[in-house]
Design a protein around this ligand. Structure first.
Ligand code: CP
Length: 314
């Protein structure tokens, strides 16, 4: 592949290749010396048009550990503020010959559009409610390490499915890996047509969590709600917030995940989030660096091989 825009168009083998390489980087990242020169001499530009803590910092760390020169565009201080469009901004940066562009944007499809205009590899760091592919890959690596496999698991994805690119990317990923997906959400936070995605739908947490291996909680994404009806935070926590009582319906060894940022006491009880016997939330963050290193390395190699195939000097 030339870009990483979503999980939808990746094959099962593509996913496994990224996870296998990421495993090696997990080991490297735990060593005192964490640098390799895989991307030495290359330039990576991070363009985040939406706030981020985990994704932006881990893409920056991943690029630096691979030896790339990494530049974080401060989008709030850029000429976007003077009215320059997304595409003109991308063309301007493209003229500086970067090798990798990492882009987060509030509009679904914006990163795909941008990828058609530039000459380098583009990685989607989250576009609107469309996809967040590296999040699904880091979730996959976390699940595989905890459960030893990705197939034939029962995974509950709970909360604001309608506005969640994390849920969409994970649904594509888990379907490709032949796991069973249970969505648990208030009806107002389910996207229309969800039944075409090969999922079971519940609005009751106890029913939906019965016997699952993995409990994936989601944030209420108020920035994308456009006035959709949602219960008050108190009511939401009462019915859909993850508590010890609700978690008792899952398997005894079920793991608890959350992509972050989380609202403690709304989506999840803080004690469960911090319970290292159940919660793998910090491990998800750790896997994020390894998965992003693997994804960037494989993209750069694929582009180099493609150029070699058509006889361009590299
Ligand atoms: N999970 C995730 O994308 O977090 P950030 O918004 O902090 O990057």
């Amino acid at each position: 592949a030339q870009h990483l825009l979503g999980i939808e168009h990746l094959s099962r083998d593509d996913i496994v290749s990224i996870l296998d390489l990421a495993e090696q980087y997990v080991e490297l990242n735990r060593q005192p010396h964490k640098h390799v020169d895989t991307l030495a001499g290359m330039t990576q530009i991070n363009m985040f048009f939406e706030n981020s803590t985990r994704t932006q910092s881990s893409f920056e760390i991943a690029g630096k550990r691979l030896g790339a020169d990494v530049m974080n565009m401060a989008m709030g201080a850029s000429s976007i503020k003077k009215g320059e469009t997304l595409i003109d901004t991308a063309l301007t940066l493209n003229a500086m010959n970067p090798d990798l562009l990492v882009v987060r944007h509030p509009h679904s499809g914006a990163v795909d559009l941008l990828s058609e205009k530039v000459n380098c590899a583009v990685l989607n760091a989250g576009d609107g409610r469309h996809e967040h592919p590296t999040q699904a890959l880091l979730d996959a690596l976390t699940i595989r390490r905890a459960k030893g496999r990705l197939h034939r698991l029962s995974v509950a994805i709970c909360g604001d499915i309608a506005h969640s690119r994390v849920a969409r990317s994970n649904i594509f990923m888990l379907n490709k890996m032949e796991s069973r997906i249970r969505l648990i959400a208030p009806v107002t936070l389910l996207p229309s047509g969800i039944d075409q995605f090969g999922v079971e739908v519940f609005d009751d947490m106890a029913e939906g969590l019965e016997g699952v291996d993995v409990v994936m909680m989601l944030r209420l994404q108020r920035e994308r709600m456009d006035g959709a009806f949602i219960p008050s935070p108190r009511e939401y926590y009462h019915r859909w917030g993850l508590t010890a009582e609700k978690l008792s319906h899952a398997k005894d060894d079920a793991i608890v995940m959350h992509p972050g940022p989380m609202n403690r006491g709304v989506e999840i009880d803080g004690e469960i989030a911090d319970d290292l016997n159940r919660s793998v939330i910090q491990e998800q963050v750790e896997m994020g660096v390894a998965v992003r290193m693997a994804a960037m390395e494989l993209l750069v190699k694929a582009r180099r091989d493609a150029k070699r195939d058509v006889g361009v000097m590299v």
